[in-house]
Write a protein that binds this ligand. Sequence first.
Ligand SMILES: Cc1ncc(C[n+]2csc(CCOP(=O)(O)OP(=O)(O)O)c2C)c(N)n1
Length: 381
Amino acid sequence: MTNHPAHGRKERLDGVPRKPIKIKPTLEYLSILDGAGKVDDALDPKLDTDRSIYLYRLMLLARRLDERCINMQRQGRIGTYGPCRGQEATHCASTIVMDKEGDWVVHAFREPGSFYHRGWPLERIIQFWGGYEEGCTPPDGCRDLPIAVPIASQIPHAMGLAWGMKLRDDKHAVLCYCGEGGTSEGDFHEAMNFAGAYHLPLVTLIQNNQWAISIPREAQTASETIAQKALAYGFDGIQVDGNDPLAVYVATREAVDKAKSGGGPTLIEAVTYRLSMHTTADDPTKYRSDEEVKKWEKLDPIPRYRNYLVGRGILDDKLIEEIEADVLAEVAAAVDRYEAGRDVDPLDCFDYLYAELPAELVEQRAEFELCLQREGVAAGH
Ligand SMILES: Cc1ncc(C[n+]2csc(CCOP(=O)(O)OP(=O)(O)O)c2C)c(N)n1
């Protein structure tokens, strides 16, 4: 007992009552593209042409879907929408690392590019924001969990998946997304502790977009970085430029490879910025300055990546225009499918929470049914 390093008695007996404890100092910051899209050649993962174009298209698709959904919300065609503008590199460049057959991806809700990449039909994402239960469900065979709006609740679930993989000696990995606000929840800490203690193949990617609704990053935690929280749980953390798709890709690739080869979990803090509102129910001008937004607009991941790809000779004006037109057409077709498929019964909203409806909800359901009849509302109208 006296020799146990955590006990400290030996130190007292030796007359050395205080000394520093060396902890593993493995915290790096990674950035590969500068603000203008100029690359650090030595760090460039040099994705092949198809993959480079695919990633650019994916980020653009997330951006255009976002814009369309905000317009639709303003027109009353969907409910509240949570935009990802500015955060496209963070989620698109990480999700493409994951193997669709064997790896799991556990989302929060601000990752439309990842949903699409993992095989969710675009109209299903719109359905979610339109308030339709079907919009929450991953497609058959897809190794994703449903969308998680209760902040950080998805992290213990992701940890559980990773634990299951370890118990089954399944050599895949789990990628879990969460915001920096979510790191203040107990769910985050419990899951990180367990993942570290059991050395699980879990990669947790914190999208530090600087704001949790109106709470700024500085008020969220006294820690200098989010990434360093990993050190307390006994595994590696890394902070990356979340508006640099190459840095996000490399950090995720390394973390996933490490997880799959038995190296345990990683916490990635992707430093990014929510350029838009928290949701369409929020007015960010009430709590942050235009100057701050303008500063981050200069670091917009899409032009940065486009400049880099033009520099590599992968994109030119003609191809940029073609991709733009193609993405707009794909989003428009998804909106059409969403609107054509709204033939659900409004009474369905009572169907998903309970196996057996409690008495007061039975009453509410009957009242709502009468109301619909009175208003002449039929399914889909
Ligand atoms: C458990 C829980 N508490 C509160 C909320 C309300 N809420 C929705 S989003 C949000 C802020 C989340 O911030 P962050 O985790 O940084 O993610 P972001 O929305 O910025 O992507 C809060 C408090 C919620 N959805 N779930």
